[in-house]
Ligand binder design. Structure first.
Ligand SMILES: [Zn+2]
Length: 235
């Protein structure tokens, strides 16, 4: 099953005989005109003489897959969270779209009782991190409407089950644009200037008293090609 925009582009490229880069170029030019991800995908597929209905993405399945990954290994999920939080803080800011990060946080906070920490070290942290990033990025492309400035609303095609998630992503993104940040630990709203390491000043002080800084292994996942609303043609 195809769950990410990248996989879908690969399939269209394979089936049409065109290059990945060419398909991305055609998709990006449509999305730049304000068309949604799926509408653009279908139009490109049709242009290539393919049956558009065969190239689709289901946001509910994407959320299921994200939950499955996050539930599989609690220790690994903590590492993924740390990597994503670092990406958000990184000054270039291009590696992870903020709306995708907000979707991740919301899905994570909705998970029921985490399994016990395993004694064995987590496996495939980098692979799982990359997959979660791609899934979350694809998800917000589907459930939100986009404009040139970012998320602009809840998509008409957003399934009812995911409307609250889409609204949360929209609200937090707008707050961020207005210079406000919701503390990931206590949920208090703080100004971006005051917030430290995705936390409000109070929680940041507590955090840094006990925790050791993240290891190099944990930050490996950030060295990836970023793509948000628009796909990168680097592949
Ligand atoms: Zn806080």
């Amino acid at each position: 099953m195809t769950l990410t925009a990248r996989e879908l582009v690969h399939r269209i490229a394979e089936d049409s005989g065109l290059s990945y880069r060419e398909i991305v170029h055609r998709l990006n030019s449509r999305m730049a005109q304000g068309h949604g991800l799926l509408v653009s995908v279908h139009s490109v597929a049709e242009e290539c003489g393919l049956d558009p209905d065969k190239y689709t993405l289901n946001p509910l399945r994407i959320v299921d897959r994200i939950r499955e990954i996050l539930n599989a290994d609690h220790a690994r999920t903590l590492m993924i969270s740390a990597v994503l939080a670092q990406m958000i803080e990184s000054p270039d800011g291009s590696t992870l779209p903020l709306p995708a990060f907000f979707a991740f946080v919301d899905i994570l906070s909705g998970l029921e009782g985490q399994a016990c920490l395993r004694r064995t070290p987590p496996t495939n942290v980098e692979g799982a991190t990359t997959e979660v990033i791609e899934l979350c990025t694809t998800l917000v492309s589907l459930i939100c409407d986009w404009s040139s400035t970012g998320v602009a609303g809840v998509s008409r095609d957003c399934p009812d089950e995911l409307r609250e998630l889409a609204k949360t992503v929209l609200r937090k993104t707008r707050m961020y644009q207005a210079g406000l940040w919701t503390c990931l630990s206590c949920g208090r709203i703080t100004s971006l200037k005051e917030s430290r390491s995705v936390l409000c000043p109070g929680c940041a002080d507590e955090e840094f008293q006990g925790d050791s800084p993240p290891t190099d292994e944990m930050s490996e996942g950030r060295h990836r090609t970023g793509y948000g609303q628009f796909l990168s043609s680097d592949e």
